[in-house]
Design a protein. Structure first.
Lengths: 328, 295, 316
């Protein structure tokens, strides 16, 4: 399903399914998700909190907490190689070198008792087999690159503000020139003014090195600014995917349309914001049929059961919805 | 706004009710806590009915049967004076439990009062109580026990008092910090805004909410009280000889460690079992009261 | 840094003074008559009055307290009422033994407690975890003196590998130290496990994993240094347990340290001895806590900055 036309696909996720299993309940975090990422492009994963975005990133890196997370199946093909079949030692060489991640909360992502310089140098030492001295030189260069004076190499995370810490996290992520960068809500925890700076920094460094990126966010503004392709996630499923233009100009899924309805427009009509009615479903007890039907303004009887087919709206623009009045 | 104040004031009571059911439910799922509780209930039953259950008089001396190893006649053997050890352990149970519980009642009672005073009146009263706590806590616990026991003298009431008094500082700090935490909550502000008296705020709002950590500490400390009492007895500063308190039984056994090791081992294991059950139950209780801690 | 240490030392003085006053006052108001203890069977009202006069026991409370504190500055704790020997000379020979037992016990506590705790935490919910935690639970439930008796029974009386009691070469310290460390090991293992588990799910551990670090490096370079901060506090608190425990353990193994001296003093109502031992152990404990605080400051950058800024006058 949902296959873009071939070309230079760099990362291909096929039918990824992840559950969180505890004694009390089983949570369907990611449900048969498939998407492709082209080399050098940026894919935006958009969805509400708890939709399963972070779990997808964790699964790609193989860093999900093993109990309770259980990966039920699927493939994660990085340049044709299935990451899920690699053993732990090989995977350690992928992490931090080929695939790296920027975490959401810079306040907790750095080790509080290690100097920020060491935290950057550590990853360089690990993957590029250089001496401690050389790692330090390179780490200092990385610091300068993200806009932190190299003189602050020996300081601890608590001496930095949130925005500065996020720069350190970015420096760690980019230290070994990764091929794929997973940015998990990189600006959510930051002030609005800092957000723009950090986004600019990521974009600059990425375009300079032709890094592919998956940008996870719930902020449509960030998507518009950064992404080439967009995948919208709801309750662990991708419900609509296409190019930035597809999604922004011709949103097809009622949920996507609802997302745009809840963003204030400055130049638009002065109509009131229309938030999506209801709350996201309980992931331990998902509705049957279309996961969105309890909140969908267009839901028909047919939406309440059975598998929902994927329709191709236009070339490369897919939508998982029966459409108005349950047709198709 | 009458509805608002009503809602706020009744909230803790409503929460408490629910919390109680919730805690019991979580506790009953915890196997080791349930095991601990069952053992402790068993021990309590022995403490109450021990004298009736004892096959013989615990003090009956019978020199012809001295130092017998455990047998079908004397399950736990006999001591150096031919007294039936099983009977002595059964009758001694109540003393060990009494000392442990009694000492903790004093420690927690004193702690609650001092902690409330300190936490609520703040300022100089708080400063004074806290500096006193600093001083007393600069003396290691066991040392304080021993020194107090040395001053107060031997005997069960004095042992309870010595153990209880040295536990007060811990209780005070716990209570004070609980109250400090509760004080920050908004419903207390609301309570004082609708003109609740200080006393009412303490008894109706702060105490019920500060109680959870206190209960956990109480449960766990009974065990250390029992250990502390038996240690004092061992040092000759606690319970006096004819009394079959378990520490006294261990102490009596040490002189026959080689010829009759069961005299030491059996009462020692009994102490361990009680303390173990309380630790298991206390751990479970803490996890049940604060699910965030469990992971 | 020097200023910080000086400040902490100054803050310690009132506490120690408080301990002296509290202990002195407790013994002052408690029953027990020096004269009758000193005289023993040769007690007469007349000689008792003479002894009270020479000891200054008829003077007002404040004068006695003042004299006691003044004498302390010259390390003079008075004489034992029972033996008549100077308490400070006894302490000088006994204190090193108690401190030796204490410090050896704390080393064993730290090493085995952390080892058990880390093993349990990184194997959470597996058999290693269960085993370590059952051992720890038994350790906290076992009375120290009972464990000491069991050790003596097995290793001294039955196997005859080690001496059961008394003083002599290093072999005389093995059983006391092991017996004394048990409770601390158990407690510390539990603390280490829970603080390891607290950091195990931290974002920065996921980040360390995302960097491609191997499991062992994550545990020892990232988890343990963070988990160690509350663990260090517990080790400090364990000094109280170890010093207190040594009082009991010394009595079990008849090892003539400060603790044994204190217990003998208590049993004889020899208040000069009781007072001296209580004060000396409390001071030792306070000094150790100060050391632990300083160590904490070295480990935890959040505290380290505070006084490195004082030192260099450097701002953010």
């Amino acid at each position: 399903m949902m296959k873009s036309d071939g070309g230079d696909i760099f990362l291909s996720v096929r039918n990824l399914t992840v559950e969180y299993v505890t004694k009390q309940e089983t949570v369907q975090a990611v449900n048969s998700v498939s998407f492709d990422l082209h080399k050098g492009k940026t894919l935006g994963l958009v969805g509400e909190t708890g939709a399963g975005k972070t779990t997808i990133a964790g699964a790609i890196l193989g860093v999900l907490p093993v109990p309770p997370a259980v990966t039920r199946g699927g493939e994660i093909l990085l340049d044709g190689e299935d990451l899920m079949r690699l053993d732990e030692a090989t995977m350690c060489k992928v992490r931090g070198k080929r695939v790296t991640v920027i975490f959401q909360d810079p306040m907790t992502a750095l080790n509080p008792v290690m100097t920020i310089g060491r935290q950057i140098a550590e990853v360089i030492e690990l993957h590029d087999a250089v001496s401690r001295k050389e790692a330090r030189v390179r780490a200092e260069r990385m610091l300068e690159m993200v806009g932190i004076p190299a003189a602050r190499y020996d300081e601890y995370p608590n001496q930095f503000s949130g925005g500065m810490r996020q720069r350190v996290v970015i420096a760690v992520a980019l230290a070994c020139n990764p091929e794929l960068l997973l940015a998990d809500e990189p600006t959510t925890a930051l002030d609005v003014t800092i957000q723009a700076q950090v986004l600019d920094l990521i974009r600059e460094l990425n375009s300079a090195k032709k890094t592919s990126m998956i940008l996870i966010t719930h902020d449509m503004g960030v998507v518009m600014e950064m992404c080439d392709d967009v995948a919208v996630i709801y309750a662990g499923e991708i419900i609509e995917t296409g190019t930035l233009e597809n999604i922004f100009e011709h949103p097809a899924h009622p949920y996507t349309i609802g997302l745009f309805g809840s963003i204030p427009k400055i130049n638009g009509d002065s109509e009131r914001l229309s938030p999506i009615a209801g709350l996201p479903p309980n992931p331990a007890d998902l509705p049957k049929g279309c996961k969105f039907h309890p909140r969908c303004p267009q839901a028909a009887e047919a939406c309440k059961s059975g598998e929902i087919p994927v329709r191709e709206i236009s070339a490369g623009h897919f939508c998982k919805c029966r459409g108005k009045a349950g047709e198709a | 706004m009458p509805e608002l104040s009503m809602g706020i004031v009744s909230e803790p009571a409503w929460k408490k009710q629910n919390l109680f059911v919730e805690v019991i439910k979580r506790l009953s799922l915890n196997k080791s806590a349930m095991a601990g509780m069952i053992i402790f209930i068993f021990v309590l039953l022995i403490a109450i009915f021990g004298d009736m259950l004892a096959p013989q008089d615990y003090a009956a001396i019978n020199p012809s049967e001295a130092n017998q190893f455990p047998s079908s006649e004397h399950w736990f053997g006999t001591d150096n004076m031919g007294r039936d050890l099983l009977s002595r352990v059964l009758s001694g149970c109540k003393w060990s439990v009494l000392i442990g519980v009694g000492a903790q009642l004093i420690a927690c009672g004193g702690g609650i009062i001092l902690g409330c005073v300190s936490g609520f009146f703040g300022g100089k009263t708080d400063q004074l109580i806290m500096r006193l706590c600093d001083i007393v806590q600069a003396i290691p616990g066991v040392l304080l026990n021993i020194t107090l026991a040395g001053i107060l003298g031997r005997g069960i009431p004095n042992t309870i008092l010595a153990l209880g008094l040295s536990g007060i500082t811990g209780g005070t700090r716990l209570m004070r910090s609980s109250i400090m935490a509760v004080r920050k909550n908004e419903y207390l502000e609301a309570a004082s805004a609708i003109n609740c008296s200080n006393f009412r705020i303490i008894t109706r709002h702060a105490l019920p909410n500060a109680f959870a950590p206190m209960i956990v500490s109480f449960t766990m400390s009974i065990g250390s009280g029992i250990i502390g009492a038996s240690a004092l007895t061992y040092l000759g500063l606690g319970v006096q000889a004819p009394n079959p308190e378990w520490g006294a039984l261990v102490t009596a056994g040490r002189n026959y460690l080689i010829s009759a090791p069961y005299m030491t081992i059996i009462p020692g294991l009994c102490i361990m079992l009680v303390v173990l059950s309380l630790n298991l139950f206390g751990d479970g209780l803490r996890d049940a009261l604060d699910p965030k801690l469990k992971k | 840094m020097v200023r910080y240490i000086l400040k902490r030392l100054l803050l310690m003085l009132p506490v120690i003074l408080g301990v002296i006053i509290v202990v002195f006052t407790l013994l002052y108001i408690s029953p027990g008559d020096a004269a009758s203890i000193i005289l023993g069977t040769s007690y007469t009202a007349e000689s008792a009055a003479r002894i009270r006069e020479t000891l200054g026991l008829n003077q007002p409370y404040l004068v006695q307290l003042g004299k006691y504190i003044f004498n302390l500055f010259r390390f003079d704790f008075g004489d034992s009422w029972v033996s008549g020997v100077s308490v400070s000379s006894e302490l000088i020979t006994r204190l090193p033994r108690t401190l030796l037992i204490g410090s050896l016990s704390i080393v064993i506590t730290a090493v085995f407690g952390i080892l058990l705790g880390v093993t349990a935490a990184v194997n959470q919910n597996k058999w290693q975890d269960s085993l370590c935690m059952v051992l720890a639970l038994l350790g906290t439930s076992l009375p120290g003196f009972f464990f000491a008796l069991l050790l003596a029974l097995v290793f001294a009386f039955t196997l005859q590998w080690l001496p059961p009691y008394g003083m002599g070469g290093p072999e005389y310290y093995i059983l006391p130290v092991v017996a004394n460390a048990l409770g601390g090991v158990a407690m510390l293992a539990r603390q280490t496990r829970s603080s390891m588990l607290e950091v195990i799910h931290s974002d920065f551990i996921v980040m360390a994993k995302a960097k491609g670090l191997r499991r062992r490096d994550i545990i020892y370079r990232h988890m343990l240094p963070n988990a160690l901060i509350p663990v260090l506090t517990t080790i400090g608190m364990q000094f109280a347990g170890v010093l207190g425990g040594s009082i009991i353990i010394e009595t079990v193994f008849a090892l003539p340290g400060v603790g044994y001296y204190l217990v003998t003093g208590c049993n004889n109502r020899d208040y000069n001895v009781v007072m001296a031992c209580t004060i000396i152990i409390s001071v030792a404990f306070s000094l150790v806590m100060l050391l632990v605080d300083l160590l904490m400051a070295m480990v935890d950058p959040r505290i380290k900055i505070q006084f490195s800024e004082v030192k260099h006058g450097r701002g953010k």
